[in-house]
Design a protein around this ligand. Structure first.
Ligand code: ADP
Ligand code: MG
Length: 209
């Protein structure tokens, strides 16, 4: 089953619901190595996105409207980064109103490219890139192997989760957590955690046909 615009809306809803549910947890993670606002920030941005998004005719517009809401309402470092993720992923959307796994992998790769460009970070620096990158690589491998969409989305969520956990022993070298240096060790990165929810939500909401 391909991914439709309705599926994309369901994905955003599932992501927003998960972030709302875990708002305090995300904020707690950010209190340990940042300034304790990640849950609030992202919840505010995603609720704004849900208010704004709904009547788009095509997937590219849904992504663009989500990006604009996230950029204007999220705040913090994560707002522009998530905003750019959605903006660049949307720009890579094909004309078609139904996406294959291959399209999805291309869009997620473009979103990742936007985060890298804007944040000037790379994997291993204890940021959201540590969950997004393995998830995108997993999607690309699955697309190449012509795997089933559902299976591919589940594998990508698992890859993101592992990437999230792998941030625990890392020393942050980007973002606020980098101010702590060595003391950032032993804490899971809040942005990598919310990015895991993004891919977890995809596995839940997309390709159910
Ligand atoms: P702020 O750090 O401004 O308070 P948030 O708390 O909303 O913003 O988001 C913090 C998260 O943003 C971090 O956990 C990290 O994952 C992510 N982040 C910060 N800087 C960068 C960067 N340069 N590149 C990628 N992700 C980053
Ligand atoms: Mg913060």
């Amino acid at each position: 089953m391909p991914i439709t615009n309705d599926d994309v809306h369901a994905w955003l809803k599932a992501f927003a619901a998960r972030v709302q549910e875990e708002k305090s947890y995300l904020t707690r993670l950010d209190s340990a190595i940042g300034d304790g606002d990640h849950g609030q920030n992202l919840n505010r941005g995603l609720q704004a996105a849900l208010d704004r998004v709904g009547n788009e005719d095509d997937i590219a517009t849904t992504f663009r409207n989500t990006a604009m809401a996230l950029i204007s309402k999220t705040g913090g470092a994560s707002g522009p980064l998530y905003g750019t993720f959605f903006m660049d992923a949307g720009k890579a959307a094909p004309e078609s109103d139904e996406l294959t796994l291959e399209h999805w992998a291309i869009m997620m790769r473009a979103g990742l490219g936007g985060v890298i460009r804007r944040g000037k970070a790379e994997t291993g620096e204890k940021t959201m890139l540590d969950s997004i990158t393995p998830a995108v690589e997993s999607l690309e491998q699955a697309a190449q192997a012509e795997r089933d969409l559902r299976e591919a989305l589940l594998a990508a969520a698992t890859a993101a989760e592992e990437g999230m956990k792998a941030t625990i022993p890392m020393i942050a070298t980007k973002g606020r957590a980098s101010y702590l240096g060595e003391r950032s060790k032993g804490h899971q990165d809040p942005g990598a955690t919310s990015s895991y929810y993004l891919f977890e939500a995809a596995a839940k909401a997309l390709g159910n046909g």
